[in-house]
Ligand binder design. Structure first.
Ligand code: ATP
Ligand code: MG
Length: 422
């Protein structure tokens, strides 16, 4: 029969790669803990109107990338394409806005966008998100970027660029849009999408991926020249703090973001090694979003790390767990019985241990242990069993010695500890 394949643009993450993903997530969790961020676990499915209302109808996401369908009840639902809107939805629905202080959350999981699958672009991809709700202080912007930097640093990622811009407040944006519109109508050669965007949502043109549009945009007006006094001060303070934190950044005056709700600070982290889809993370401030979704007038700041792309630039050696597992090779019925309890004892002592139940030959069990990546193999035959002994083989060096069965657990623990110390 023909095999059934995965849906286009969706991939399986298998061991040992999945272990690197775990390591990335564990590292991020640890940094989030240090900064006071706590986990939200939210549904993959939301009402379509949540995204339509928040992300902006003329964005790539809402215009052409959403996985939207009608459920059996006739409601329009969408697989989440991004996290911020649903974090705000959950925040308001669960009355989390109550009480003083910045509310800090992180979230990890799959996002869905119906894009053309290619390197760095999948239809189900994974993000690590962070959202801080309730403060407009530039110190928060800088601290969140610092936290992101700490995560990326612990993951030993280098050759990253941090691009920063300010999108101003709605007033600055009005002024800028007018100037930008004049510019857009004074030039020819825009792609069909941008011809439409320059009428309805000129800011979106700045996010166009087409090469000709990008070329034309090189002389476009920049947001910085439209910033009001307060936005300008906010922006300089963020940049000063980033400098104080020792984070290298570049001002990128035409950086917008793919979503409509950004205000003031916007940033992106890129890795040249990724090629065309080079953004590993992006984020910024969204001061109008919470009110837009029916809540109080509270500001917010956040970022999303694209985990798939991050894994693509993660150094090969990072996140691979040093294998310290033990394989018990039992030869004969009584040895198998004894190994059944031994394997449990080893696990009870915190050692990863496995055995074979199928009565294979020693040779077959050794090659199985090898395939499983066992660090040590303990071999128990009838003769050893009668003598109360077991043979421990070091799979790296190939050396082996016979020890008392009673001492197996402590001997292996010592070996594992000695290796860990190296
Ligand atoms: P891009 O410019 O690459 O389309 P975006 O602006 O659409 O990115 P965001 O919505 O800011 O992306 O999402 C944050 C991060 O999620 C991106 O920087 C990227 O690393 C990752 N990402 C976005 N879309 C995809 C996708 N289809 N496949 C894999 N990763 C993605
Ligand atoms: Mg995109």
């Amino acid at each position: 029969m023909a095999l059934i394949r995965a849906v286009r643009g969706m991939k399986d993450i298998l061991p040992p790669e999945s272990e690197r993903w775990q390591w990335v997530e564990t590292t991020a969790r640890e940094v989030f803990r240090l900064y006071g961020y706590r986990e939200l676990r939210l549904p993959l499915l939301e009402r379509t109107e949540l995204f339509a209302r928040s992300i902006g109808t003329d964005t790539d996401i809402v215009a052409k990338e959403m996985y939207t369908f009608i459920d059996r009840h006739g409601d329009s639902v969408t697989l989440r394409p991004e996290a911020t809107a649903q974090v705000v939805r959950a925040f308001l629905e669960n009355r989390l806005e109550k009480g003083a202080g910045v509310k800090k959350y992180f979230l990890m999981g799959p996002m869905f966008r119906y894009e053309r699958p290619q390197k760095g672009r999948y239809r189900q991809f994974y993000q690590i998100n962070c959202e801080a709700l309730g403060s407009d202080a530039p110190e928060l912007d800088a601290e969140v970027i610092l936290m992101l930097w700490e995560i990326l640093g612990r993951l030993k990622l280098s050759n990253l660029r941090l691009l920063v811009n300010s999108l101003g407040c709605p007033e600055c944006q009005e002024d800028f849009k007018a100037k930008l519109k004049l510019f857009l109508f004074s030039r020819e050669g825009w792609c069909p999408d941008c011809l439409r965007r320059r009428e309805v949502n000129p800011l979106r043109v700045l996010d166009c991926k087409s090469q000709t549009c990008r070329e034309l945009l090189k002389t476009a007006p920049v947001l910085k020249d439209s910033l009001c006094e307060a936005c300008s001060r906010h922006y300089s303070r963020v940049l000063t703090l980033l400098e104080q934190f020792g984070i290298d950044f570049e001002e990128q005056p035409r950086l917008v973001r793919g979503l409509d709700y950004y205000t003031r600070t916007a940033f992106e982290v890129t890795a040249a090694a990724l090629g065309a889809q080079d953004a590993v993370a992006g984020g910024g401030r969204y001061n109008g979003l919470i009110r837009e979704l029916g809540g109080p007038d509270l500001p917010g700041f956040g970022f999303a790390i694209g985990e798939d792309r991050l894994l693509e630039v993660l150094p090969e050696a990072e996140g691979r767990s040093a294998d310290q597992s033990v394989f018990l090779a039992a030869l004969g019925r009584s040895a198998l019985e004894r190994c059944l309890t031994l394997v449990q004892e080893l696990r009870g002592a915190g050692l990863a241990a496995e055995m074979d139940f199928d009565g294979r030959s020693l040779k077959a069990q050794m090659s199985l242990a090898d395939r499983l990546g066992a660090r040590w193999v303990a071999i128990l035959g009838d003769r050893e069993l009668a003598a109360g002994e077991i043979v421990v083989r070091d799979m790296k060096s190939g050396s082996q010695e016979s020890i008392r069965i009673m001492e197996l657990k402590s001997a292996l623990k010592n070996l594992a500890a000695a290796e860990e110390g190296n």
